[in-house]
Design a protein around this ligand. Structure first.
Ligand code: NAI
Length: 703
């Protein structure tokens, strides 16, 4: 049983005990109803307290039951809440730390609520593409007023208990405890008090009986719909929150409950909800590495060294300063150090100006930063991250010096984006301590961190770096060693395909628009202009010999030959006006592409937006299937996390793998066979990866 039952004098206390957050799984729910029955049957008990053991009152639904029949098995949460409401003896919720989702809904079924200050109160279901499904939309407006409740339900954001307690006329908390520590005792005393009050048999108060109205009525809800609709374009749930709360003001309670239920169940099957639930699970799954148990011992990382104070070195450094970890940056020349430090200052100052960072925090962070030109000064750092030029010779020199000076047990990480981490490890006498940490630019902003596991990387090193990733608030995904790791290896095929689309008749703007309409933050050509087209150009030149048999559109090279590197040169696939970032379609580029097609003898045709999207997304997925098969990624959901957090794949589509699972892999393979007939694509490009072909044939999915 994951709820404990104890009697203190005349008060029975039911403590939810399902770590980490007292999720309302089946056995916990049973524990509550059993406790209620026992308490009601015991003549010595006059009142009941429901509270949570450990770190939460309750975080809501048990994620382990997500999507399983157990979630609905009786007693389901609705039945539990009904049992609470029907208890003949008063039930008091004693809320502390966290009361979210189903946890808050459970408390709203109780006759009384006492809360400790500092508790986070929320109905976060909207973040999973849902609305609260156990009366939250009907009871919270009655307890807190329509406006506050709707704000909480639509945003899903937590609000502190003491703030809610200050709302005039609120009925959410009947009493505030003095502190979290005194809550248990105060709750029992309060339960005794209400037991005395109702000793005469007077009716117990129920939130469902409270009135629910907004003074502006329809006008208010019209306003709410306009606001919410405008902000939640691709997501159906927020507007449904408005509908459900409006129903609370218009329908009888029981009818409102049915209405809420119907919306909840319908939302459950929307693609957006599936995608968001997938994301929720995928996010938690990426820290789980099949052969590295969670209790793997970790090394202590109390200080960091960063080699190279350029674009990436500076951004990486900021992550650690933000987390309170001191950083020593090393460069070859003082000017480079000064420039790097100045950029970090400039970034922080911009945050201070915008009010996002307090002056004293800024100073505190800067005080953690030191610089040096001398490797010997790094020797005591627990970890070092190298972010120097992307050349094997330079990396070799750096890692040999690190090997010579760093203390034993220090973690040696490289931020290389394309080079072989195993080769880098081999420059040292301690390959077990070497790992790749592939940050994305701007490194202080982007969520994604690809953690590149070398053939000899120690399990404790991997576990430590994953933990550090969490500490600096990154989404860390493990990748094996290969050219481009997970994300860039896939994007190479996507970019090739984007080039073929130009060859076959599309304009850059058409391709970008189609994929942006699908939901990508930026199409491939706008992205190229932002990142700098010269980067890909340099990589292609370097790899020319390795990729001799691979077809490419030459358009990107021709563009670079014109010096059109993108925003930084004021021109790329698009034209740019000085100081502005708006991409203006360029006639010169269209003519350049056209000439190339004619010179090459390509025939062109009109290509639909649908085909553009399919070709781009399936290019990603086909390469991803190989990545999975080779064990570079250990699960499909990791690949989704890479694309959702690092490449602007639309969140509401759940990532490329989840998306094609919904399309149906059989359909994907059929489309690929069709694309193989395209004049510019070679059949090899669309040869389904063996894993994709196998799953499609077996009617299975990636995830
Ligand atoms: P950058 O050119 O902005 O900075 C490199 C810095 O390293 C320069 O300040 C240079 O003075 C310094 N440096 C070079 N050799 C050195 C040495 N031997 N010792 C000490 N310092 C040295 O380059 P960026 O863009 O910061 O890239 C650094 C690394 O990060 C590269 O491996 C790159 O592939 C990788 N990377 C870059 C991304 C990007 O978007 N720029 C994204 C992800 C990874």
């Amino acid at each position: 049983m994951t709820a404990e039952y104890k009697v203190h004098g005349t008060v029975a206390v039911i403590s939810l005990n399902n770590p980490p957050v007292n999720g309302l799984g089946l056995t916990t729910r049973q524990g509550i109803t059993d406790g209620l029955e026992k308490a009601n049957a015991d003549a010595a008990v006059k009142a009941i307290v429901i509270t949570g053991a450990g770190k939460a009152f309750s975080g809501g639904a048990d994620i382990k039951e997500f999507g399983s029949p157990k979630a609905l098995q009786e007693p389901n949460l609705l039945s539990v809440i009904t049992a609470v409401e029907n208890s003949a003896k008063p039930v008091v919720a004693a809320i502390h730390s966290v009361a979210m989702g189903g946890g808050l809904e459970l408390s709203l079924g109780c006759h009384y609520r006492i809360a400790a200050p500092g508790a986070s109160i929320a109905l976060p279901e909207v973040k999973l593409g849902l609305i609260p499904g156990a009366g939250g939309t009907q009871r919270l407006p009655r307890a807190l007023g329509v406006e506050v409740a709707l704000n909480m339900i639509v945003s899903g954001e937590p609000v502190k208990s003491e703030m809610l307690a200050q709302i005039p006329g609120q009925k959410l908390f009947d009493k505030m405890a003095a502190s979290p520590e005194s809550l248990a005792e105060e709750a029992v005393a309060f339960a005794n008090e209400v037991a005395t009050k109702h000793a005469d048999g007077s009716a117990l108060p129920l939130v469902r009986n409270l009135p629910c109205k907004h003074p502006l009525g329809d006008a208010y809800f019209q306003f709410a719909r306009n606001m919410v609709g405008g902000m939640s374009k691709n997501y159906p749930a927020p507007l449904k929150c408005v509908e459900a709360v409006e129903a609370a003001t218009k329908k009888k309670f029981a009818d409102g409950m049915l209405f809420e239920r119907e919306i909840f169940i319908n939302l459950m099957w929307t693609p957006e909800c599936r995608a968001l639930r997938h994301l929720f699970v995928a996010e938690r799954a990426c820290s789980k590495i099949p052969d590295v148990p969670e209790d793997t011992p970790k090394r202590d990382i109390k200080s960091l060294a960063v080699i190279g104070a350029g674009t990436m070195g500076g951004g990486i450094t900021m992550n650690f300063l933000n987390a309170g970890i001191p950083v020593k940056m090393l460069e070859m020349k003082q000017e480079a150090l000064d420039r790097g430090v100045a950029t970090i200052r400039k970034n922080y100052e911009a945050q201070v100006k915008k009010g996002k960072l307090k002056q004293d925090k800024y100073e505190q962070r800067m005080s953690l930063l030191t610089t040096t030109l001398n490797y010997a000064d790094l020797k005591d750092a627990d970890m070092v991250i190298e972010a120097v030029f992307e050349e094997m010779g330079v990396k070799e020199a750096v890692f040999k010096q690190l090997d010579a000076v760093m203390k034993p047990g220090a973690i040696l990480a490289s931020n290389t984006s394309t080079l072989d981490v195993d080769k880098i490890a081999a420059f040292t006498s301690r390959p077990q301590d070497v790992i790749g940490t592939h940050f994305f630019s701007p490194a202080n902003v982007m969520k994604l961190l690809e953690v590149v596991r070398g053939a000899k990387t120690g399990k404790d090193v991997l576990a430590t770096v994953m933990a550090i990733g969490k500490k600096i608030k990154k989404t860390s995904v493990v990748s094996g060693v290969c050219d481009g790791f997970i994300g860039n290896r896939m994007i190479e095929q996507y970019s090739r395909q984007a080039g073929f689309l130009l060859d076959e008749g599309c304009t850059p703007a058409q391709v970008d628009k189609a994929i942006e309409k699908f939901g990508f933050a930026m199409g491939p050509f706008r992205m190229g202009d932002l990142a700098g087209n010269d980067i890909g150009w340099a990589i292609r030149k370097r790899r020319a010999s390795e990729r001799a048999d691979m077809k490419y559109s030459k358009t990107a090279d021709l563009l670079c030959e014109l010096g059109r590197f993108g925003q930084k040169t004021g021109a790329g696939w698009y034209d740019y006006q000085a100081g502005k970032r708006d991409a203006i379609p360029s006639q010169l580029v269209v003519d350049m592409i056209d000439k190339y097609r004619k010179d090459s003898g390509f025939t062109t045709r009109k290509i639909s937006d649908e085909e553009i999207v399919q070709r781009l997304v399936y290019s990603l997925v086909n390469e991803a299937a190989r990545i999975l098969e080779e064990g570079i990624a250990s699960k499909a959901s990791d690949i989704d996390m890479v694309y959702l957090t690092g490449y602007g794949f639309p969140i509401y589509r759940g990532g490329p793998m989840h998306y094609v699972d919904q399309v149906g892999l059989f359909n994907v393979v059929q489309s690929m066979k069709r694309f193989a007939q395209n004049p510019r694509d070679d059949a090899a490009f669309w040869q389904p990866a063996p894993l994709l072909a196998k799953l499609a044939a077996e009617g299975k999915t990636f995830t």
